[in-house]
Design a protein around this ligand. Structure first.
Ligand code: ZN
Length: 285
C-alpha cells in the first residue's frame, strides 16, 4: 500500500525550482517550513555567491532535511581542458552538497558539445566522469544520482534518456554492489511514457538504486517542454501508479515536487504554490 502523503509531510520535499527562484533562499526555506513540509531540495543557483554553511544552518534551523542538491554542470565537452573544467565544477558542487547535508547530488548529464554529432562519445564521457565523481562523492559522503531525461532533450540537456540505460550505466561505473554509491533519480515527467518503466523501477529497487523521486505533471497540450510543466493532477501522468511501483520496489525516501512553470506557478506567490503542492501531494500524487 502506498504511503499516505497527507499524513507524512516529513517525506514531502519541495524542489526550489518549483517556486521559480523569485526570492532569496532564506525566504524560500522559511516559506517551505511554514507550509509544513519536511524536506527541501535546493539548486546551485540558490546558493551561488552565498556561504553554503550558513545556508545549511538556515535549513537545519528551519527543521528541514534535504532530499537532494540540484544539479550537475554538464559533462561532455569538445576539448580535454573543458572536460576537466566540467569535472572540477561538479566536484565543487559535490563538496557544497556535503556541506548542505544533501544525501545525493542530482546529475543532469548534458549531451552533445557544440559542433559534435557523436552522442556515443558524449555518453562515454559522462560514464568516465561519473567514475571519478563517484569516488569524490564517496569521500564527501554524497551519493551520485543520475537522472534520465525525456528524449526530447537528448541533443542538449541529456544523452541519458532511459531508466534502464541509467541502471546499465550505474553497473558499468560501479559494478554490482549491495551499497551503491551511484544510483538513479526517477522523475515522472521524464519517464512516464516508457513502456518498460514498471519493469525498470522494479529493477532499480532490486539493485538499491532509487536515489530520488521527482513529481510534476505533463500538460496536454504542452506549450514548452522545459518550462510548461504541470501541478500534479493537472495532466496525464499516472503519478500514483508510478509512486506505487516505486514503493513496491522498496522506495522509502522523499517524494519531491519539481515544477518548471514560467507562465503559471512561477508567477504566483510562493505560499499559494506551496498550498497547491500540499493538496496535490495528498489528492493526486
Ligand atoms: Zn527532476
Amino acid at each position: 500500500m502506498v504511503r499516505d502523503l497527507a499524513r507524512h509531510p516529513e517525506i514531502c520535499s519541495i524542489n526550489t525550482a518549483t517556486l521559480g527562484f523569485q526570492a532569496p533562499i532564506d525566504e524560500v526555506i522559511e516559506a517551505v517550513a511554514r507550509a509544513g513540509f519536511g524536506m527541501i531540495s535546493p539548486w546551485r543557483r540558490d546558493t551561488k555567491d552565498l556561504d553554503v554553511s550558513a545556508v545549511a544552518r538556515q535549513i537545519r534551523d528551519a527543521g528541514l532535511k534535504l532530499s537532494g542538491y540540484c544539479r550537475s554542470p554538464y559533462i561532455p565537452a569538445a576539448t580535454v581542458a573543458q572536460y576537466r573544467a566540467n569535472i572540477a565544477a561538479n566536484k565543487q558542487a559535490i563538496d557544497d552538497a556535503a556541506v548542505l547535508g544533501a544525501p545525493v547530488f542530482v546529475m543532469v548529464v548534458g549531451s552533445l558539445p557544440e559542433g559534435s554529432k557523436d552522442i556515443e562519445d558524449a555518453r562515454r564521457q559522462v560514464r568516465e566522469a561519473c567514475g571519478e565523481l563517484m569516488e569524490h562523492g564517496r569521500k564527501a559522503g554524497v551519493k551520485i544520482g543520475l537522472e534520465p531525461l525525456h528524449p526530447v532533450y537528448a541533443a542538449d540537456r541529456s544523452c541519458l534518456t532511459l531508466l534502464s540505460e541509467a541502471l546499465d550505466w550505474c553497473e558499468m561505473i560501479e559494478g554490482k554492489t549491495d551499497e551503491p554509491q551511484v544510483g538513479t533519480i526517477i522523475d515522472c515527467y521524464h519517464v512516464w511514457w516508457d513502456p518498460n518503466i514498471r519493469r525498470d523501477i522494479a529493477r532499480a529497487g532490486r539493485e538499491k538504486r532509487i536515489f530520488g523521486f521527482h513529481v510534476c505533471d505533463w500538460l496536454v497540450p504542452t506549450t514548452d517542454v522545459l518550462n510548461d510543466r504541470g501541478m500534479m493532477g493537472d495532466g496525464i501522468i499516472d503519478i500514483r501508479g508510478l509512486r506505487t511501483a516505486l514503493e513496491e520496489a522498496g522506495h522509502t525516501g522523499a517524494v519531491e515536487v519539481e515544477i518548471f512553470s514560467a507562465q503559471n506557478w512561477w508567477r504566483r506567490p510562493m505560499a499559494e504554490t506551496l498550498q497547491a503542492c500540499r493538496e496535490r501531494f495528498s489528492t493526486a500524487t
